[in-house]
Design a protein around this ligand. Structure first.
Ligand code: C2E
Ligand code: MG
Ligand code: MG
Length: 560
């Protein structure tokens, strides 16, 4: 054979096939075989084998060991006429590729050009294979999360789409998983350690999955999965709490992660895979909102609820500017005499001629943190009403206003209260700030600082809804409190039971020793009043005395 035959039509066909792009490595190998068959007889090639060894990397997370016959002429009875020639190359990811040619000895030997051309073809096979591997990696990157090597959102949608097309999607449930409190990891560990913990977390879950199940990362500590329906319960149990250990210098740090989960049962009516992301994320959001349940199953009604919240958040800013919020007052009463001793200012929203109670809008504002503006708006209105009352020559009363715990994170919280109250030149002891007790340590510290600071300025502090959550008596040790507002749950059914009574008596005893006033909220009946009176509580608030009412009505009551 002459060397210029490399420019012949066979070789051109070889190049044409090799330089196409292929979807999978399987296809690449198959096409390489086809390409070689074009030049096989020209170059005396009887068989080509590749050996490929790649360490674990982004392209193949478990590493790769491929041993494959690319081409075989399948001619029989020529074993003793074969000579083997091999070529070894190093790949970019520190792997190895070995290309082995089985050549027809007689012709190959006598033709020195053939030897050079085989070496050339071997290099081409290596180069084109590498090119396709890179293309494959690029395509994979589009659907992968590079840090965890899980599919990303796009990758998830593609896999779900496949299951929809082959009509098996109903065999799965969609799961949205959010790791609880992961943000604290980055606070105590450095960023890189945080990443390693996340990778361990992912590895733990990955091991639990069957071949057909899908596990994808949406970003941060949010994941979405397709789990076989029959395995749902088992899976939820397995991931309820995941324990991870990390070496941190000489120490071993131990972490336990819970998670919040939105589950969506899938059926054939699904019209696009994006609905799985939407439904499961809404259910997960519900779990977050509820706070007391980690797993919530999606139902279509949830859409309406989420929409309603969105609508509230969207209209809230304008409503504040248009002063659509009103302040109602609920009297606080001295039990012994029935005399009004003050009032709590409570927000109402006059929304298109409908008067909304806080339950309809406060939770949504509380969740997105925008509540603080309303708190100051209400304080401002309450101060204005009180000031006008005093200017009319009446005796001042004490007014309490609610403040969300979100305010504690603002460094100018105290200053802003001073600004509002001082604008009306009111004496500070007429203003009481109601804050609900806290269950998070961060807020706890902030609460201590705030209470000390605000007390210096002579304001009063009330702990609202005391006893509703995980009340901590420790709170009373460190936080400067004037009033405990006992939550109405203390009056709920079964309250007269021994244990509850003992707890109440304990709280009252402590409050008394610490010189903290106690006010009972939610008194609705004379029996309840008698009960708390007998326990020694001196002030109360509740429908039994009066419901929240507009300012004018409240002031009329005061005059009576
Ligand atoms: P809260 O601060 O514990 O206020 C007392 C709530 O209990 C009021 O509900 C009041 O109407 C209700 N209540 C009073 N007596 C009785 C009774 O005898 N029986 C029953 N079942 N309920 C009674 P409201 O006005 O609907 O306010 C609900 C909550 O909304 C408040 O609870 C407070 O946490 C929040 N809120 C209201 N206004 C504001 C505000 O301006 N800022 C913030 N951050 N929260 C506010
Ligand atoms: Mg309150
Ligand atoms: Mg309360």
């Amino acid at each position: 054979m002459k060397s210029n035959q490399l420019c012949g039509p066979e070789f051109r066909r070889f190049l044409d096939i090799m330089s196409e792009s292929y979807e999978t490595m399987e296809e690449v190998n198959q096409k390489a075989g086809e390409a070689i068959s074009e030049i096989a007889s020209l170059l005396c090639i009887e068989k080509v084998i590749i050996n490929f060894l790649a360490p674990a990397s982004f392209i193949s997370p478990k590493g790769e060991l491929v041993n494959r016959v690319l081409y075989d002429s399948q001619r029989q009875g020529i074993q003793d006429q074969i000579e083997i020639q091999g070529f070894q190359y190093k790949t970019g990811e520190d792997g190895k590729m070995y290309v082995e040619f089985y050549l027809h000895k007689d012709r190959h030997k006598t033709d020195s050009h053939n030897q050079e051309e085989i070496a050339f073809v071997a290099k081409l096979i290596f180069a084109f294979g590498g090119r396709n591997r890179i293309m494959y990696a690029l395509n994979k990157m589009k659907v992968s999360d590079v840090q965890t090597m899980l599919p990303n959102t796009e990758g998830f949608l593609q896999r779900a789409h496949q299951y929809m097309q082959d009509m098996s999607i109903h065999k799965f449930v969609g799961i949205f998983l959010n790791i609880k409190n992961f943000k604290y990891v980055n606070k105590i560990m450095d960023y890189r350690a945080g990443n390693r913990i996340l990778e361990e977390y992912v590895a733990f879950i990955r091991k639990l999955l069957s071949e057909r199940e899908v596990f994808a990362r949406l970003g941060g500590d949010n994941f979405v999965l397709l789990i076989e329906r029959s395995r749902l319960e088992e899976f939820l149990l397995q991931i309820k709490t995941i324990h991870i250990q990390m070496e941190d210098g000489p120490r071993i740090q131990k972490f336990s992660f819970g998670c919040r989960i939105g589950v969506m049962y899938l059926d054939q009516h699904l019209s696009n895979p994006g609905q799985i992301l939407m439904g499961t994320s809404i259910a997960m959001q519900m779990a977050k909102n509820l706070g007391n349940r980690d797993v919530v199953i999606y139902s279509p009604e949830m859409n309406a609820q989420i929409l309603a919240e969105k609508e509230i958040s969207m209209n809230y800013g304008k409503a504040l500017a248009k002063r659509e919020f009103l302040v109602y007052y609920q009297p606080k009463v001295e039990i012994e005499t029935g005399k009004i001793i003050g009032a709590e200012a409570l927000a109402r929203w006059m929304k298109q001629e409908e008067l909304l109670e806080p339950a309809a809008f406060i939770p949504a504002l509380e969740r997105n943190g925008s509540i603080c503006k309303l708190d100051f708006y209400v304080l401002d209105m309450a101060c204005r009403d009180l000031k006008n009352w005093i200017l009319e020559g009446n005796e001042a009363y004490c007014i309490s206003s609610n403040f969300s715990r979100w305010n504690l994170r603002e460094s100018d919280f105290v200053e802003r209260i001073l600004q509002v109250v001082d604008r009306y030149q009111l004496e500070h002891h007429f203003i009481e700030l109601e804050i609900t007790e806290t269950s998070s340590f961060e807020d706890y510290d902030a609460m201590i600082c705030f209470s000390r600071e605000i007390k210096k300025h002579g304001f009063r502090i009330a702990i609202d809804d005391f006893g509703e959550g995980f009340s901590s008596l420790n709170l009373l040790k460190n936080i400067e409190v004037d009033v405990l507002k006992l939550d109405k749950s203390f009056l709920a059914n079964g309250f007269m039971e021994d244990k509850n009574q003992i707890i109440l008596e304990g709280i009252l005893y402590l409050a008394n020793r610490l010189k903290i006033d106690v006010l009972a909220e939610g008194i609705e009946t004379s029996q309840q009043r008698d009960f708390i009176k007998e326990k020694g509580i001196r002030s109360a608030q509740g429908y039994f005395y009066a419901k929240p009412m507009p300012s004018a009505e409240f002031q009329r009551r005061l005059k009576e």
